[in-house]
Design a protein around this ligand. Structure first.
Ligand code: FAD
Ligand code: NA7
Length: 548
């Protein structure tokens, strides 16, 4: 750690040692780590009325993890791992929420969480070196450190469609779903066919009178392959958890399967098809992209082979040739890989129709439905926005968040969000982010745990050395962002338009928002940073004492 001579910790006594914003997977573990292991005075704030984050808000029908159950959970506590029981290969929203509520009970977390509290404003006070957080009830708390666990798929994206406020029917965004919604006898429209859209469409089609899907981009999707798991399978997983987690932490995407080392074009066409077919039968989007061959995401020829396989499946499954044509993607297979529970077959139902809003965009909403550019009106009782999120920095930009010199995060990130190591950003001392920009692109709980543990160690080290402020240097941040860019540019992902690069939000700079080097490599980088004395950081209590 770069340490100027003569530095001293700031004298002011804060209300809290650490303020954490967000009570999802990230904020909950951060609280436990700092309060129960480091003995710090911590308070968590969340605008929700209970824990869960993503799984508190996304209660839409069909909401399901696409990470397999046994690794969509915390790994840090062996007792919790042994006690939690599951019986399906993937875990649904109610089950994940129940799991997180149970963890909150078991670790007695709620007593340190202030629910129903939005933090609209947080600023760093350079004079006393404290963060000042203001709640939506107008109260202010000071804290030595602030951890933002705001969620990377949490700030909803609601398109600004003309006339939306005039629509007399029900309208919902999947990421802000109310508790009880009934579909019986209703004409329902869904805008959006991403991961969420395909889940909600497949789930509600049998329940509604008529479903109209407004599709802008057709998608490559493979079966999820959900099924019951037996008590014996669960017991075997629990016996092998140490090995499983070690494998996950050393892997690239952290989904607990063996990532392929075989290039797609190194085998015959027949063999390739057999590998894809096996993956299709097994199920799982990340498996299809990373367990089959090692270059689907990097080699255009391999990518095209995978895409062609899915296209052939669509032609087989979908009976009406015109619907099949509209559902068939022709671009790269290079977004977050999707999986479903019968998505394409849903379009064989008599009560489901597909509107291609790329060819024929939505013109406006009227009191009774949606009108497209060709003048056709689609009468609706309910419209569901499955239009995704302002991913990664969205919740940061929805706060008035200010660092040194009262620089706002919006100005700091006006060319796109940046970070050092995905956990901190220069100019915002003692602010640590969980799943901040340019963090790993993986199954997320193991990456969240990695970051929480590293942040906790850093805070411990800063305190034990009697230091006041830890701040990433601008140079360290620049180098890290360059690294992320170089890695991303070696893949096909930047060539597809998706939320991974901010391309889904009109006007948002299209930049690299993730470290695509994998969790194993990421963990090595973090370990080297702490072993090296946090060389990418500077220490000091004021701007004058700051060193690079
Ligand atoms: P979140 O769970 O998003 O929690 C953030 C919390 O911060 C929220 O509760 C929010 O209310 C609160 N908050 C934000 N701003 C403020 C503020 N200013 N003031 C007060 N409170 C605030 N990941 C996977 O790895 N596998 C999956 O299968 C998977 N499926 C997903 C499916 C859906 C539908 C979605 C939306 C996401 C999915 N994800 C998946 C990603 C998922 O978000 C992460 O796995 C994980 O839940 C993130 O946890 P978190 O604690 O970082 O953030
Ligand atoms: P995504 O993947 O961003 O998908 C959003 C979908 O909504 C996608 O099909 C978009 O089309 C569509 N969309 C967005 N805005 C519009 C407008 N204005 N008109 C028509 N269609 C629109 O979000 P998800 O919630 O599905 O998934 C995000 C992640 O959350 C997912 O990977 C999981 O990890 C959980 P487009 O493709 O941009 O043409």
């Amino acid at each position: 750690m770069n340490s100027p001579t003569g530095h001293r910790p700031p004298a002011a006594t804060p209300d809290l040692d650490v303020a954490v914003i967000g009570a999802g997977f990230g904020g909950m573990y951060m609280l436990h780590k700092l309060r129960d292991e480091l003995g710090m005075n911590v308070r968590v704030f969340d605008k929700a009325s209970d824990v869960g984050g993503t799984w508190y808000w996304n209660r839409y029908p069909g909401a399901l993890s696409d990470t397999e159950t046994f690794v969509y959970c915390y790994s840090f506590n062996k007792e919790l791992l042994q006690e939690w029981d599951f019986n399906t290969r993937y875990v649904s929203q109610p089950q994940i929420l129940a799991y997180l509520e149970w963890v909150a009970d078991r670790l007695d977390l709620r007593r340190s969480i202030q629910f129903n509290t939005f933090i609209p404003k947080a600023r760093f006070n350079e004079v006393n070196g404290l963060w000042e957080l203001t709640t939506d009830q107008g109260k202010t708390f000071t804290a030595r450190f602030m951890v933002t666990a705001l969620g990377l798929l949490s700030a909803t994206n609601l398109p600004n469609i003309k006339g939306r406020e005039r629509f007399a029917g029900e309208q919902y965004h999947t990421g802000h779903w109310p508790k009880d919604v009934s579909f019986e006898g209703k004409r329902v429209g869904v805008i959006g066919t991403g991961s969420t859209g395909i889940q909600v469409i497949t789930s509600i089609a049998p329940k509604v009178k008529h479903l109209t899907v407004f599709q802008r981009s057709p998608q490559y999707s493979v079966p999820v392959g959900n099924r019951p798991v037996t008590a014996e399978e669960v017991a075997a997983i629990k016996r092998n958890y140490d090995e499983i987690w070690a494998g996950v932490r050393n892997s690239m995407v952290a989904f607990a399967f063996t990532e392929s080392k075989v290039p797609a074009m190194s085998v015959s066409e027949e063999e390739r098809r057999a590998v894809f077919e096996k993956a299709w039968q097994t199920g799982g989007g990340f498996r299809f992209m990373f367990e089959t061959f090692n270059d689907i995401a990097t080699n255009p020829e391999a990518n095209e082979a995978a895409g062609a396989f899915v296209r052939a499946k669509i032609a087989e499954i979908v009976k009406d040739p015109e619907t099949a044509r509209k559902l068939t993607p022709h671009d790269l297979y290079a977004k977050r890989p999707l999986c479903d529970s019968g998505y394409y077959a849903t379009f064989n139902r008599d009560n489901v129709s597909l509107v291609d809003v790329k060819a024929n965009p939505i013109r406006e909403m009227t009191p009774t439905g949606v009108v497209t550019e060709d003048g056709e009106e689609y009468p609706l009782d309910m419209l569901i926005f499955a239009t995704g999120f302002d991913a990664v920095d969205g919740n940061y930009l929805r706060m008035d968040l200010r660092g040194r010199g009262q620089l706002s995060i919006a100005d700091h990130w006006k060319q796109g969000p940046t970070s050092y190591l995905g956990v901190t950003t220069t100019g915002f001392p003692n602010m640590f982010m969980i799943l901040g920009p340019n963090g790993p692109f993986t199954n997320l709980p193991p990456s969240i745990e990695t970051q929480v543990e590293w942040i906790s160690d850093l805070i411990r080290d800063v305190r034990s050395q009697g230091l006041g402020i830890a701040e990433a240097t601008a140079e360290a941040e620049r180098v890290w962002c360059e690294t992320c860019k170089t890695i991303a540019n070696a893949t096909l992902f930047p060539k597809a338009e998706s939320w991974i690069f901010g391309a889904n939000i009109p006007g948002k700079p299209n930049t690299v928002q993730f470290y695509l080097g994998g969790l194993g490599e990421y963990r090595k980088v973090l370990a080297a940073e702490s072993a090296d004395g946090y060389r990418g950081f500077s220490l000091g209590t004021s701007q004058a004492e700051k060193v690079d």
